[in-house]
Design a protein around this ligand. Structure first.
Ligand SMILES: [Ca+2]
Ligand SMILES: [Ca+2]
Ligand SMILES: [Ca+2]
Ligand SMILES: [Ca+2]
Length: 428
């Protein structure tokens, strides 16, 4: 495999694991707090505490350490973060989205864990960029960029084609209009090949409304309007993509937070037929404030399970898939992560073939928005990894993983809205 293929493969495999890393802005955080979890049976009980491996801490030292050059300064208001090989040198680069500065910045990785800004500067925009995503949408083996935005009339997706000078130029036909204006805006954006023609399509949604929009790619950088899917549930909506019923076709798992009084959240599978059609399965109830963070096989049975965060709660839920896209709480779920979890990624950190959780937590109720990266090792429940939780820059609402120093171990990058920086931790 050449370097480009390797990095694209890395990106694509990670992109399946990573869902909903776009996070609420700090001002959108709900107010109430709670110390007990709401189980599926509706019974209040204490959440599972994460144990810490006291002996392991002294035996091996911390499981992650800051990369040379971390925190990487990227400017204020950084949100969405992607690790991908932009300049095709085989090393993962860092792409960050900046709402306040109205730009998207690229920092080139050296394969040793250091990042330096591209010479031609960030991609300057005349609008506030929201969710970002990358894929090669015009099949020239150079990564392209999608950016969600809105104005007072409509919500849009902008497409920028990457060039061989590590720059981006807006594609013909961009921006694409995806929906009419709606009060409130909490968008997500993914490139994925929904209709199995080998060309990346767009799945996007404004999490404040109960719809999800599909646009089909033509493989040349153009997109045509596809179906608008209605979502079940109440409150705010999130989604993740993966084949959860094992028929080889991409499905969509959606979660809703519950109504205004935070009644139970719910999780619903929409089974894809690879033509843009989706059949809805029965909903599973879960704790209030549910947001799908990622789909990953958490118990090693080859079926994708769901990891959920819960608004303003200090815990995550893991729901196990029965193999047909119906979910129920894993033994011990929900799991306490200490603070409000925003971004969650699943990866095998300690290479024991068991799924581990990497969680960006923020004390979002008060300045200075103290942030941590919790690393929870999977097995019989979850155990804090040696040294976890790790410090991150203030307001670390977004997190991603990749092997940035190319030693075969999972590394973490978390962007900080208030911290003007990206915290990069190298796995040891
Ligand atoms: Ca391209
Ligand atoms: Ca397609
Ligand atoms: Ca499927
Ligand atoms: Ca590494």
């Amino acid at each position: 495999m050449n370097a480009l293929t390797r990095s694209l493969t890395t990106f694509l495999s990670l992109s399946v694991l990573i869902a909903c890393t776009s996070a609420p802005k700090p001002t959108e955080t709900p107010k109430s707090s709670e110390t007990a979890a709401f189980t599926q049976a509706g019974v209040m009980r204490p959440t599972n505490q994460i144990r810490s491996p006291a002996t392991a801490v002294f035996a091996q030292g911390a499981s992650f350490a800051p990369a040379p050059g971390s925190p990487v300064l990227v400017g204020p208001g950084s949100g969405g973060i992607v690790l991908a090989d932009v300049n095709r040198d085989g090393h993962l680069d860092l792409i960050t989205q900046h709402l306040l500065n109205q730009n998207v910045a690229v920092q080139l990785g050296d394969g040793k864990g250091r990042f330096t800004p591209v010479a031609n500067g960030p991609l300057k925009l005349d609008y506030e960029p929201s969710a970002i995503a990358v894929a090669d949408v015009n099949n020239d083996a150079i990564l392209d960029l999608g950016i969600a935005s809105k104005d007072n009339d409509k919500a849009y997706v902008h497409i920028y084609l990457g060039n061989d000078k590590v720059g981006f130029s807006e594609a013909a036909g961009s921006p694409l209009t995806v929906s009419a204006f709606a009060e409130g805006y909490k968008p997500s954006l993914r490139f994925v090949d929904v209709n199995e023609d080998g060309k990346p399509d767009i799945v996007t949604a404004n999490g404040r409304r109960n719809t999800l929009e599909l646009l089909f790619g033509d493989g040349r950088g153009g997109f045509s309007t596809g179906p608008v899917l209605k979502l079940s549930g109440q409150g705010q909506f999130s989604f993740a993509l993966g084949d959860v019923d094992g028929d080889g076709h991409m499905d969509i798992v959606t979660a809703s937070t519950g109504g205004p009084n935070l009644g139970p959240g719910s999780v619903v599978t929409k089974r894809g037929d690879a033509k843009g059609g989706f059949e809805e399965a029965a909903p599973s109830a879960t704790a209030p404030g549910a947001r799908v963070k990622t789909l990953a096989d958490m118990n090693g049975d080859q079926h994708l399970d769901v990891v959920l965060s819960h608004d303003d709660r200090n815990y995550l839920s893991v729901l196990l898939n029965d193999g047909y896209g119906l979910f129920k709480a894993a033994p011990g779920s929900p799991f306490d992560v200490g603070k409000n979890a925003f971004a969650v990624v699943v990866a095998d950190v300690n290479r024991d073939k068991k799924a581990d959780l990497l969680v960006a937590t923020v004390n979002s109720r008060a300045k200075p928005f103290e942030s941590r990266i919790a690393v929870l090792l999977g097995g019989d429940g979850f155990v804090g990894a040696p040294g976890s939780p790790f410090r991150a820059g203030a307001g670390a609402y977004n997190l991603t993983v990749g092997d940035v120093n190319e030693d075969g171990k999972v590394d973490v990058a978390a962007s900080s809205f208030e911290g003007d920086s990206v915290t990069v931790l190298l796995g040891r």
